[in-house]
Design a binder for this molecule. Structure first.
Ligand code: 5RP
Length: 220
């Protein structure tokens, strides 16, 4: 059973004609985009904005009408994945490197639906290294500021070089261990000059759909 697909397809049921939709990024959001594409080909009338170049390219291939964010004034529903979901519905996101656009889109959507398989549900955030997006200018200085609060900060690397986000920035993956006050950590990290944003999404999810291996959906 493909749990990511199951959760994603359930979320897509909420989409209706005339809506403007935020498209997430990653292997769970992929299935939501596929299903939206299928419904568009069946006649669903929507517009969409994407949280990454990869998701935009996929949407275009599938015939989903993509509009520039600047051209819209309302975003009805966004469907996106997560790396961790806490019982309070706080999230760690950014495993796919798209955390900045994901947070901008989520913050501006009327209804933010998170879709995940059961492996993403945790009691306490922090097993997954927290992604922090950092501007390249003076990045080693910014990294040292991060190290003042985090014992293990690693630049994300892809194909042997520093990973570059869609926004031209680096990602520092920060292993804090258990994060007991995500709101405080989110604010502290974003107060560091050179940090663009971080993967803590606190109080942003309106609904979380978790597909479980016993075939049930855990909808929170
Ligand atoms: C990308 C993200 C993804 O939503 C998150 O990494 C989950 O990915 P996947 O659905 O592939 O497990 O935040 O930046």
């Amino acid at each position: 059973m493909n749990l990511k697909k199951t959760a994603a397809e359930k979320a897509v049921e909420a989409i209706k004609d005339g809506m403007c939709i935020g498209l997430g990024t990653g292997s769970t959001a992929y299935w939501a985009i596929q299903k939206i594409g299928e419904r568009v080909r069946e006649g669903l009338k929507i517009e969409a904005v994407a949280t990454s170049v990869a998701s935009e390219e996929l949407a275009v291939q599938l015939g989903i009408p993509i509009v520039p964010f600047e051209n819209i004034t309302r975003l009805d529903i966004t469907i996106d994945g997560a790396d961790e979901v806490s019982p309070q519905l706080h999230l760690i996101k950014g495993g796919g490197g798209a955390l900045l656009r994901e947070k901008i889109v989520a913050a501006n959507t009327d209804y933010f639906i998170v879709v995940a398989d059961e492996s993403k549900a945790v009691d306490t955030l922090g097993s997954f290294a927290l992604p922090v997006e950092v501007v390249p200018f003076a990045s080693e200085w910014t990294k040292r500021r991060l190290e003042a609060s985090c014992p293990d900060v690693q630049w994300r690397v892809k194909d042997g070089v520093k990973y570059i986000t869609d926004n031209g920035n680096y990602i520092a993956d920060c292993r804090y261990g258990e994060i007991h006050d995500p709101a405080e950590l989110e604010a502290m990290l974003n107060s560091i000059p050179g940090v663009v944003d971080n993967g803590l999404f606190v109080g942003m999810a309106d609904k979380v759909i978790i597909a479980k291996s016993d075939g049930e959906l855990d909808i929170r």
